[in-house]
Design a protein around this ligand. Structure first.
Ligand code: HEC
Ligand code: HEC
Length: 284
C-alpha cells in the first residue's frame, strides 16, 4: 500500500530537480549570450536613431516611389508626374501652354526664363505655384520649365550646366521680389493700351470663365476658342456685344449683366469681351 505512494513522491522530487536544472541552464545560457554579443546597446541606439529620423523627417523629403531624392529630380520626370496634368500635348486645361505646341509656347518663351520661373514658382492665373508640387526646389522647377520650353521650340540653356552659385542666388532674389514685381507688371499692364488684353484676361479668368470656358457644359454659351460658336455673335458687331455683356442678354440662354458682378466697370467687361472674342476667331 505504501510502495506506490513513495515511488510517486520520489518520482516527483526527481522531476522537480531535473526541471530546476533545466531552468538554471537556460537562464545561464541567456545570461552568457547577453554578456557576449547579441544584445548590443550600440545597435539599438543606432536603429532607434534611424527610426526617429524617419519619423521626424520633413514631409517634403519623402521621395515618391521612384526613390529619387528631393533636389535631384530631372525635368522630364517631374513633367511626367506633375505638369503633365495640365501641360500635356493633348491637355484640355484652358489657356495652359501645351508641350510641343510651339505656337502656344512662343509668346511664353519670349518672356524669358526668369519670368517663366517666377510665374511657375509663385503661380500665375490658373497656373498653381510650382504646379501644386510644393516640394520642388528652385533648380528642379527650372529644369522642368526648360524641359517643357525646349520641347516646344525653345532653346534655354541646361540649368545644371550653368555655374551653380549664380542662378541659385538669382532665383531666390527673384522669388523674394516676385510678388511686388508681379504687382508692378499688372499696374503697368492696366496703364498701357496694349494690355487691355491682360485686363480682359484677368476679368475673364476671374468670372466669365465660369460659364465661357472652352470646356463649359452650360448650354447655349459661346465657349472661348470655339470659333464656330463665336462667329454668329461676332457678326453682331462689337458695340452690340459690349451692350449685351454689360446689360445682360437672353436668347436661348441667360447672360447675366456684367456676368453677375455689378462691381465691374464697363471697361473691364468690354476688355473681357475683346479678350474672349479675339481668342475665338475675332479681331476686336
Ligand atoms: C492645374 C493645372 C496646371 C498644372 C498642374 C501646371 N500648370 Fe503650368 N500653367 C497652367 C495654366 C492654366 C497656365 C496658363 C496661365 C496663364 O497664362 O494664364 C500655365 C502656365 C505655365 C507657364 C507659363 C507662365 C507664363 O508666364 O506664361 C509655365 C512656365 C508653367 N505653367 C510651368 C508649369 C510647370 C513647370 C508645372 C509642373 C511643375 C506646371 N506648370 C503645372 C496650369 C497648370
Ligand atoms: C452665369 C453664366 C455666365 C457668366 C458668368 C458670363 N456669361 Fe456671358 N453668356 C452666358 C450665356 C448663357 C450666354 C448666351 C446667351 C444667349 O445667347 O441666350 C452668354 C453670352 C455672352 C456674350 C454674347 C452676347 C450676344 O449678344 O451674343 C458675350 C459677349 C458675353 N456673354 C460676355 C460675357 C462676359 C464678358 C462675361 C464676364 C464678365 C460673361 N459673359 C460671364 C452666360 C454667362
Amino acid at each position: 500500500m505504501n510502495q506506490p505512494t513513495n515511488r510517486n513522491a520520489r518520482g516527483s522530487a526527481l522531476f522537480n530537480l531535473i526541471g530546476g536544472i533545466v531552468i538554471l541552464l537556460a537562464t545561464l545560457y541567456f545570461l552568457v549570450k547577453l554578456a557576449t554579443g547579441g544584445y548590443q546597446p550600440g545597435t539599438v541606439e543606432e536603429s532607434t536613431r534611424a527610426a526617429v529620423q524617419t519619423r521626424i523627417q520633413p514631409q517634403g523629403s519623402i521621395t515618391e516611389g521612384d526613390g529619387v531624392p528631393v533636389g535631384e529630380r530631372k525635368g522630364d520626370k517631374i513633367f511626367a508626374k506633375v505638369c503633365v496634368q495640365c501641360h500635356a500635348a493633348d491637355s484640355n486645361t484652358p489657356d495652359s501652354p501645351k508641350i510641343t505646341h510651339n505656337a502656344e509656347w512662343a509668346p511664353r518663351i519670349a518672356k524669358g526664363l526668369q519670368t517663366l520661373f517666377d510665374h511657375a514658382w509663385n503661380g500665375f492665373n490658373a497656373m498653381p505655384a510650382k504646379g501644386g508640387q510644393s516640394d520642388l526646389t528652385e533648380q528642379e522647377l527650372k529644369r522642368v520649365i526648360v524641359y517643357m520650353a525646349n520641347q516646344s521650340g525653345g532653346s534655354f540653356p541646361d540649368p545644371d550646366a550653368a555655374p551653380a552659385a549664380a542662378p541659385a542666388s538669382g532665383a531666390s532674389e527673384a522669388a523674394a521680389s516676385a510678388a511686388p514685381a508681379a504687382e508692378g507688371a499688372k499696374e503697368a499692364g492696366a496703364a498701357g493700351g496694349e494690355d487691355v488684353a491682360a485686363a480682359g484676361k484677368k476679368v475673364f479668368d476671374g468670372l466669365c470663365f465660369g460659364c465661357h470656358s472652352a470646356t463649359s457644359a452650360i448650354p447655349d454659351t459661346p465657349r472661348i476658342t470655339h470659333n464656330d460658336e463665336w462667329a454668329p455673335r461676332i457678326k453682331k458687331g462689337k458695340d452690340t456685344l459690349f451692350k449685351h455683356a454689360i446689360e445682360g442678354f437672353t436668347d436661348k440662354g441667360m447672360m447675366p449683366a456684367k456676368g453677375g458682378n455689378e462691381a465691374l466697370t464697363d471697361d473691364e467687361v468690354k476688355a473681357a469681351v475683346v479678350y474672349m472674342v479675339n481668342q475665338s476667331g475675332g479681331k476686336f
